[in-house]
Design a protein around this ligand. Structure first.
Ligand SMILES: C[S@@+](CC[C@H](N)C(=O)[O-])C[C@H]1O[C@@H](n2cnc3c(N)ncnc32)[C@H](O)[C@@H]1O
Length: 423
């Protein structure tokens, strides 16, 4: 690519693709940017490497602060939502995880749709479109029994290596409340909010969690491993006041939420679509209804889904083994491409003419495998036009500004986003 061509592309990537929009321009050009070409059908396509979304930008809403494996920063979907959609248009994520795309789109006044094969994803995302007032959460917590639920250990499940007996009684009280309310068809927004917060407070490494020191909530350890940690650290689970912790986390999540954002969330919640299923089969979503998709698929790594989520699934009444079987974890690039080709075919059906898909792949195999180069032909074959690839780099090392060579491929956490448009 010529220097002029690269500069023009960089400007477009920064400012957006909708001519009549007033777009939030980044302050001047990024400090350092690199570019090269990627060959594919109808190409070459520009690949630009820069700090597109940075920590210096407007801070993300606290409402995002829910842990989920392999989630991305809200600034990533925001970059594309602001530049490629207008308020009221629908933004989609077929691999939505904790719902970063959906929540950010909703906060920005867009309609949303989200899908994930893991039912926990919906439980974590949907309640945050309907944030309650802390006083209402406190009142509801007051109704939930802190004891008297199924006797601790009565079901043969020993959780004593994670929780103090009184904490466990409270957790079982919460669990039973949600299961009973659900069975009676009485589960409301307050319940789903509290369940979402509690699911995230179950286990972790600080006193803000219900458990004694352990791994973060998205990677529950086995009972045996936890016993080992307890022995190594000489720890026994202390009592934690679960209701106080739920209230505290609720306040943290809601901190700084502005009236305009609440209004946007209410608008999005009216007709938000949350699906639990395979990204290749979303037949209940209408043709051409999406203006933008921002998504990050599962990568080639092996995730022990059942192992990581057994405690959260127990708490929410889900079967971790069954869910684990539905999660796509192709081990080879060929198998991964086969799955993603079918996802692209479905995205092509769902995207309106002139709509966009921003498909993110992270750093895989320490940067040795460039999945963006695998993704590019998949989108083209599905019928999309490709604009190119944006590589967002967190921080530049002095020696690493020459594209394709350099230290950034090692250890840093860059996002590679292939940008397509539906013709
Ligand atoms: C990299 S994570 C996405 C995280 C998300 N961007 C966020 O910020 O939370 C990939 C997600 O894809 C889901 N997944 C895996 N296979 C799937 C499939 N075949 N269809 C739909 N979702 C799938 C996983 O459950 C996981 O939540």
């Amino acid at each position: 690519m010529t220097r002029e061509g690269a500069e023009a592309t960089r400007r477009t990537f920064l400012s957006g693709f909708i001519p009549e929009r007033e777009l939030p321009l980044l302050e001047g050009p990024p400090a350092e940017a690199g570019w090269d070409d990627v060959d594919a059908e109808g190409g070459p396509y520009p690949r630009l490497s820069a700090e597109f979304w940075t920590s210096k930008q407007r801070q993300a809403s606290n409402l995002h602060e829910i842990s989920y494996r392999a989630c991305y920063k809200p600034q990533l979907p925001r970059h594309f939502i602001e530049r490629l959609t207008k308020p009221g248009e629908r933004v989609y994520d077929p691999f939505s995880g904790r719902g970063t795309t959906a929540l950010e789109a909703a906060l920005l006044g867009r309609r949303v749709a989200a899908n994930d094969v893991n039912p926990l994803a919906r439980m974590l995302a949907e309640p945050r479109l309907r944030p309650p007032e802390p006083a209402a959460v406190q009142a509801r917590l007051g109704e939930i029994p802190t004891s008297g639920a199924a006797e601790v250990g009565a079901d043969g499940l020993d959780l004593s290596m994670f929780f103090h007996a009184d904490t466990e009684a409270e957790i079982r009280g919460l669990r039973q409340w949600f299961l009973d309310r659900d069975a009676a068809g009485e589960l409301d927004d307050l319940d789903t909010w509290i369940r979402m917060v509690a699911t995230n407070r179950l286990t972790g490494h600080s006193p803000g969690f219900f458990s004694v020191y352990t791994l973060p909530p998205n990677q529950a350890l086995s009972a045996d491993k936890q016993r080992q940690i307890n022995a190594q650290r000489g720890q026994t689970p202390p009592y934690r006041d679960t209701h106080q912790l739920i209230l505290k986390k609720t306040k943290q999540l809601l901190k700084g939420l502005e009236a305009a954002q609440r209004k946007h969330l209410r608008f999005a919640a009216q007709d938000a679509r949350f699906l639990t299923g395979d990204a290749r089969e979303t037949g209940t979503l209408m043709d051409g209804c999406m203006s933008l998709t921002v998504t990050s698929p599962p990568f080639l790594d092996v995730v022990d889904y059942a192992g990581d989520n057994w405690l959260r699934c127990w708490f929410t009444g889900l079967d971790a083994e069954t869910i684990g079987r539905g999660i796509s974890t192709p081990r080879t690039v060929e198998a991964w491409s086969g799955t993603m080709a079918a996802v692209f075919a479905e995205l092509h059906r769902l995207t309106r003419k002139g709509g966009f898909v921003a498909f993110e792949v992270g750093e895989v195999r320490r940067g040795k495998l460039r999945l963006d180069e695998v993704v590019l032909p998949l989108g083209l074959r599905a019928g999309f036009k490709a604009h190119g690839i944006l590589v967002n780099r967190q921080a530049f090392t002095k020696t690493a500004h020459i594209w394709g060579v350099g230290n950034n491929d090692k250890g840093t956490n860059s996002n590679r986003v292939v940008l397509f448009e539906r013709r």
